[in-house]
Design a protein around this ligand. Structure first.
Ligand code: GLU
Length: 583
């Protein structure tokens, strides 16, 4: 316990008992004229001066208006959809302003850590096409000049700033035991007072330097606290970029800045890091807004320039007419892994999150249907203050639009990637790439592309009927439309195959032949005609087409039937029809 400075420890190992006595004798004299500087040296003898770090992490040379911001998760491996939204927005803003987006890992609470947690976060975000300019790449590697980007390896930096605060008389060692703190809390609760370490309750803030040094030298365990100069009865006003002006009482809590394990607390670490990493904008969820008075006092006391704070409201979910935060426990869509498992393309998710971030995005998209999302000018100040609603149905709708613009090759590649991970049967179907491309090419690449796919997990169902092996071996009964009599259906199909089917026909000819077939069998050639005199016919050309559609695909709704038949080819069409007519 007395191994505090090297000089005394040498003697101690020589002759223990005598030397302890001598040490106490001499140290008594030393203690009398100690000041904050000596106390700081006693607590942190071996740290560098803060000027070293100030120089090392000098101001960034960036264009005017460049935003430097960060994503600062704990390495739990879990990425919440709100975190992903933050990344989408941060990436957009930093690209827009030629700034920097960095990943800082906040792992000072080592209980919450999981193995591989950093790599999992990096990969989860990368899956959405987002990469960081600086920061951790995995548990041990990083890129960028403003690191280390993992708090647990920045210990000496935090200690340097904590030391400086002690030198200024703005931090002090606190020797309160857990029992003492518990006792204090009980008293505060019983008296219906705010809990915490502040004002008259902050017993150790008034210890003299000598008293503190004596306790340290005697080996009493301690932590380091910030000495707040705030008063609860005084108000401060802060301008948040999203929330506007907010009035708070000043902070008066003497929070812990360095814990017993030598690591900093989040509040202290984030201030030092945001300053040294030269962060200009702290964009984070508004659960942190109540900590702002403390953060502002920390920045001011540390003589750091305060970054712009942008606190966004959490994403909400509407349930039974009530709004609540999307919850990790209740909602599978809270985890970004959900979108991957479901096969909702990253581009769709990002586009939807941009939508939630700035409501003007929707209009912009309408006016610029084919522009890349990166062309949109994101305005951080226009983010919702009350919290935007996350609506899965809307997301899937956005996704249908996004996918409708994919080329057939892009669809093929993404679906295959997804299938490899989640659906072996689909992967199998996609082995014949040429055929799959034909299927994905149906009603695609034209002015009005198909919009029936919203996620990759739907693809198997939307294409399986295109495969003879699957289709012809399926024995389930089809549901037909208006014409449902089995004999009538057979009659229609027999006539079609015998007189009208020719795979080489162009679309117009094919359609004219459907009309001819209708007429021959006593149905109306034109839908319009039928509507004027519905009692005259048993049905119209549309009903006849439906018979063919259901017979060939097993379903009432499909993309363009002519194109489907072209992809199926002559043999498959004939097999499908005769399977019904010859039954
Ligand atoms: N580590 C904090 C969190 O995960 C970061 C908060 C901040 O962005 O300042 O919530």
């Amino acid at each position: 316990h007395l191994n505090i400075n090297k000089k005394s420890s040498k003697i101690i190992t020589y002759k223990k008992y005598v030397i302890i006595f001598m040490y106490k004798m001499t140290s008594k004299k030393e203690l009398e004229d100690m000041d904050y500087k000596d106390l700081a040296n006693l607590i942190f003898p071996d740290v560098k001066p803060i000027s070293y770090y100030e120089e090392k992490y000098s101001k960034r040379d960036l264009p005017e208006g460049a935003i430097v911001t960060r994503f600062a998760p704990s390495p739990t491996g879990f990425v919440h959809v709100g975190g992903l939204m933050q990344c989408v927005i941060n990436r957009q803003l930093t690209n827009q302003t030629k700034g920097v987006f960095l990943l800082r890992i906040e792992d000072t609470d080592q209980k919450r850590e999981i193995e591989d947690g950093v790599a999992q976060i990096v990969n989860a975000i990368k899956d959405f096409g987002i990469e960081f300019d600086e920061g951790m790449l995995n548990e041990t590697e990083e890129k960028g000049k403003y690191g280390p980007y993992k708090q647990s390896v920045r210990g000496e930096i935090y200690r340097a700033y904590a030391k400086w605060l002690i030198e200024q008389g703005r931090a002090y060692p606190c020797f309160a035991t857990p029992e003492e703190l518990e006792e204090m809390r009980k008293k505060q609760e019983a008296a219906k007072l705010r809990t915490g370490y502040y004002g008259v309750w902050a017993t150790y803030r008034n210890l003299s330097v000598e008293e503190a040094a004596e306790k340290i030298k005697a080996g009493t365990p301690y932590i380091v606290r910030f000495k707040s100069m705030g008063r609860e009865d005084r108000k401060i006003r802060h301008h948040d970029v999203i929330k506007g002006n907010i009035d708070f009482p000043e902070n008066d809590q003497d929070i812990v800045i360095i814990k017993a394990d030598g690591l900093p607390t989040y509040h202290f670490a984030h201030a030092v890091d945001d300053h040294l990493m030269r962060v200009t904008h702290v964009i984070r969820s508004d659960e942190w807004v109540s900590s702002l008075p403390l953060h502002l006092e920390l920045f001011k006391t540390l003589e750091f320039e305060t970054p712009k704070y942008c606190h966004y409201a959490p994403i909400l979910k509407e349930e039974d007419g009530k709004k609540r935060k999307i919850s990790k426990r209740k909602d599978p869509e809270a985890a970004v892994s959900y979108y991957h498992e479901e096969g909702i393309p990253a581009a769709s998710v990002c586009e939807y999150l941009m939508n939630i971030g700035n409501s003007s995005f929707e209009m912009w998209r309408k006016n610029n249907p084919n522009a890349p999302m990166s062309d949109f000018q994101f305005d951080i100040s226009k983010m919702s203050v009350s919290g935007a609603i996350f609506d899965l149905v809307k997301l899937l709708d956005v996704s249908k639009n996004v996918i409708s613009k994919y080329s057939k090759e892009d669809i093929y590649n993404e679906v295959l990637e997804w299938a490899k991970r989640y659906d072996k049967e689909l992967e199998e179907l996609l082995q014949d790439k040429e055929y799959a491309l034909k299927i994905f090419g149906i009603e695609r690449g034209n002015a009005k592309p198909r919009k029936d796919i919203s996620k990759w997990s739907e693809v198997k169902d939307t294409i399986s009927y295109m495969y003879d092996d699957k289709f012809l071996n399926d024995t389930s009964e089809f549901e037909y439309g208006k014409i449902s009599d089995k004999e009538e259906i057979k009659k229609i199909l027999v006539a079609y195959l015998a007189k009208y089917f020719n795979i080489g026909d162009d679309k117009q000819t094919w359609f004219d032949k459907m009309k001819d077939l209708s007429e021959e069998l006593g149905y109306a050639r034109e839908v319009k005609e039928f509507k004027q005199n519905p009692e005259k016919w048993p049905g119209h050309v549309g009903d006849i087409s439906t018979v063919l559609r259901v017979s060939l695909t097993g379903r009432m709704q499909t993309p363009d039937l002519y194109e489907i038949m072209q992809v199926l080819g002559k043999e498959s069409v004939e097999k499908r029809i005769t399977k019904i007519t010859e039954r």
